[in-house]
Design a protein around this ligand. Sequence first.
Ligand code: AQP
Length: 341
Amino acid sequence: MTATAFTPRVFSGIQPSGGLTLGNYLGALRRFVDMQDAGTHECIFCVVDLHALTTWQAPDKLHAQTREAAAAFIAAGIDPSRSILFNQAAVPEHAQLAWLFNCVARMGWMRRMTQWKDKAGKNSEEASLGLFAYPALMAADILAYHATHVPVGEDQKQHLELTRDIAAKFNHDYGQDFFPITEPVIGGPAARVMSLRDGTKKMSKSDPSDMSRINLSDDADTIAQKFRKARTDPEPLPETYGELKDRPEARNLVDILAGLQGRTSEEVMGDVAGQGWGQFKPYLAEVAVETLGPITTEMNRLMADPAEIDRTLGAGALRAREIASPILAKTMDIMGIVRSV
Ligand code: AQP
């Protein structure tokens, strides 16, 4: 096999399974914008509504959350004329390729996924088949565009590895160098933003406690209140970042400040060493409001015109299909499936 040269292309998505959080912003959205602005890759971003369906979503809420996620992408800096922005269900190639990948992926691979174990919990018999097959759909999202790079938060690393396994097995089984072995792009102090109520749990949009997260829709007072009430230990901040090793809640707040300021956690410690929470928390809230305030205002402006959001997503879906459709067709040809064109 000769190595295929793939177009440098970024794909990533966010589930509209609730309002977007500071974790989604620092771990994903802001990095999407950086990659778009770097201009080195063609960028494709998706509101992954089919993924959201793997857990129950009330139909009217899903609709609103899909538009809100699209508004968050644009408000954070994704430019739909430079990047392709659409919702997953509008491009049927994702679901079609996912079925083909269901037949490539192995049960044992899926069972090892920690997100499956966490989300299905003890009640896996009652979990949806979609939740189990989630990583095969995610592989389809990425490989339908031959994406070479995927910026994600730390929690998605294992799913990315599974995408690479599916691509490698497909290439091996069919003797073709057809799918790229996609590289994850993970990093920075905020690759894993933790809950404000429990420093060992990831900040999640579906956490039952709203106090566990900062939502991109929160106003300044709510942000200040959530940081004021964020769980911490009684000790003041130490001199060095290394001393926060066994203080997950304290470390999380320092990491969030670093993420918001685009600095390393070690640099930030230089400024805040020795501070008590009464001094640090209001400062953190001020920095968060400064960063998130303009995004929230712009999201609200965009959401006031849902028809325009729908038009933007529709135009993005057409552009996405132009790339995904021939890749799906070629995949089917390789597998020996008869297509009527
Ligand atoms: N806490 C986090 N810290 C850093 N990155 C995060 N991401 C999510 N939470 C954090 C990143 O955001 C992108 C979109 O994630 P997703 O919405 O597709 O699914 P998720 O990872 O399951 O996010 P949530 O908020 O926890 O959703 P629910 O509660 O519905 O499961 C991904 O790149 C993810 O890494």
